[in-house]
Design a protein around this ligand. Structure first.
Ligand SMILES: NC(=O)c1ccc[n+]([C@@H]2O[C@H](COP(=O)([O-])OP(=O)(O)OC[C@H]3O[C@@H](n4cnc5c(N)ncnc54)[C@H](OP(=O)(O)O)[C@@H]3O)[C@@H](O)[C@H]2O)c1
Length: 299
């Protein structure tokens, strides 16, 4: 089974590259990783170049393409909407068109930020989207464009939330750095969602390919947290793991106290019940996953 992976230098891409199964659906796996700059066995691909995205599929004719690459700088996207749209909507659209012609399948990663966060209950996979900012709008446009171009049974849209891992740019690593440098830290307590470790998310991606899952799916770790809860757990577990001698005091603040260019959903929990059944994967609580990731960072 030939699998193209985009964004292979990103958080999820790295987790996918380090967990490639020997066999998927009883076939040996040939992974074709791509990243912005390429090198060292990785092909260079600019996701803002739709023609290059189409050419790659036509040349390699993969069984699956996992589109883990994205413009993920949520605040910066407000001042670069065209680039964000080209990467987050143009690339999946081009991949879907080309895969429709070659007969391949697409796993398109998407986000809880396609929802406005106002319903105050977990979002199910069949609910309509209503993004608040440029990032969420462009990711939602990527979902719509890929669904318009590719047969439904060959497309899986996997939405996830609050992704972090032992490498890359993420909340865990930022908090560990700031907690070691400062005495006090204000962290937003009125945005609620669920952290998701890249290791579990990578397992979910491979399960999509293994079971040939299609449609809109939701995957996050289990449980609920505010960013404040997440930060407190990082301090506690990070200190126990020896990463922090005396962590900064964490104070709860409101979204209004910490204005950002992009508006974020205040409640973006994803209901993963039906997807856990489809992917045949058990729930894994976010605190347990956090402990495992912190142990990796400390090793
Ligand atoms: N991070 C989250 O909290 C979160 C939450 C929900 C959903 N998601 C989704 O999950 C997926 C994986 O996210 P992640 O956390 O692994 O993101 P990430 O660490 O930011 O990785 C994204 C990768 O895409 C690459 N990329 C961006 N623009 C590109 C371009 N024009 N050409 C080629 N490559 C480009 C980036 O390369 P550079 O580093 O060179 O820019 C980066 O390696 C994405 O679809 C994202 O939207 C993420």
């Amino acid at each position: 089974m030939k699998v193209i992976l985009t964004g292979s230098a990103g958080q999820l891409g790295l987790a996918l590259r380090s967990s490639v199964p020997d066999l998927i659906a009883s076939e040996p796996v040939e992974l074709v990783p791509t990243s912005r700059n390429g090198g060292d066995g990785v092909l260079a691909l600019d996701l803002a170049d739709a023609a290059a995205c189409r050419d790659l599929v036509e040349q390699h004719r993969p069984d699956w393409l996992i589109n883990a690459g994205a413009y993920t700088a949520v605040d910066q996207s407000e001042s670069e909407p065209e680039l964000a749209r080209a990467v987050n909507a143009g690339a999946p659209s081009a991949f879907a068109e080309a895969l429709q012609a070659t007969g391949g399948r697409l796993l398109q990663l998407s986000t809880d930020f396609v929802f406005n966060g106002s319903q105050g209950a977990p979002y199910t996979t069949d609910q309509g989207v209503d993004p608040l900012g440029v990032y969420g709008s462009t990711k939602a446009a990527g979902e719509t464009a890929s669904a318009a171009a590719l047969s439904a049974e060959r497309l899986c849209i996997l939405r996830t939330s609050w992704v972090y891992g032992p490498v890359g740019h993420n909340f865990l690593l930022t908090m560990l750095r700031l907690m070691a440098q400062r005495e006090q830290l204000g962290v937003v307590a009125d945005q609620v969602g669920c952290p998701t470790a890249t290791s579990g998310l990578a397992c979910a991606c491979w399960a999509v390919l293994e079971h040939g899952v299609a449609g809109v799916q939701h995957w996050s770790d289990a449980g609920v947290a505010s960013w404040y809860d997440f930060a407190l757990a990082i301090a506690e577990i990070g200190q126990a793991a020896g990463l922090l001698e005396k962590p900064a005091r964490i104070n709860p603040i409101t979204t209004a106290d910490y204005p950002t260019p992009a508006e974020r959903p205040s409640y973006s929990l994803l209901d993963c019940t039906s997807s856990r059944a489809a992917l045949q994967l058990p729930p894994h609580h976010w605190r347990e996953a956090l402990g495992q990731v912190i142990a990796q960072v400390a090793a």
